[in-house]
Design a binder for this molecule. Structure first.
Ligand SMILES: [Zn+2]
Length: 174
């Protein structure tokens, strides 16, 4: 098992969501059976770690992917027929499905959410990105078994910080 945060690659900012187009299941390899978007491959370990339902439903041979489409209920899906899991079958709500919800974690190792980050801004300025970065360097994080996307949250945290900064800037101008 590699250190999830040791490479910059997994900490890069998430790519912008592609425009959603409805595609029927199985029409292209690697696409979500619900929204038709191509998801990112994840280790079966994160699927097992996040599922609230019995792991009897998991097929270890299925290559699982993570669907980040906000409006799509499916979180994990495999390349075998009927192998998909929706958010309500998981132990945790998923940041990508509620990117601005105050009470949904964006950092699953140190429990930062848009709400906690906004509260830091209300007290002054936030150094949450630096703190998370520090935590990943010292090996305190476990994104590969805690974050539903199965990789480092840093890119997502940076995005939330920018969003809240922009909200505050707009509020000041009004
Ligand atoms: Zn989907």
């Amino acid at each position: 098992m590699s250190d999830c945060c040791s490479t910059n690659e997994s900490c890069a900012l998430p790519q912008e969501q592609a425009v959603s187009t409805a595609v029927s299941a199985g029409s292209a390899p690697g696409v979500c059976p619900s929204c038709g978007q191509k998801g990112k491959t994840v280790d079966t370990q994160i699927v097992k770690a996040l599922l609230a339902v019995s792991l009897e439903a998991v097929r270890p041979s299925a290559a699982y992917r993570f669907c980040r489409t906000e409006s799509c209920p499916v979180v994990y899906y495999g390349d075998e027929e009927g192998q998909f899991f929706t958010e309500d079958q998981l132990r945790e709500p998923v940041h990508q499905k509620h990117p601005t919800a105050d009470d949904v974690n964006v950092c699953y190792c140190f429990n930062h959410s848009p709400g906690t980050i906004r509260a830091e801004f209300e007290r002054g300025i936030t150094d949450v990105v630096a703190r998370v970065t520090e935590g990943t360097k010292t090996g305190q994080c476990a994104c590969d078994i805690r974050n539903p996307q199965g990789s480092c949250c840093l890119g997502n945290v940076g995005k939330v910080v920018k969003q809240i900064e922009a909200e505050i800037a707009t509020a000041v101008l009004v």
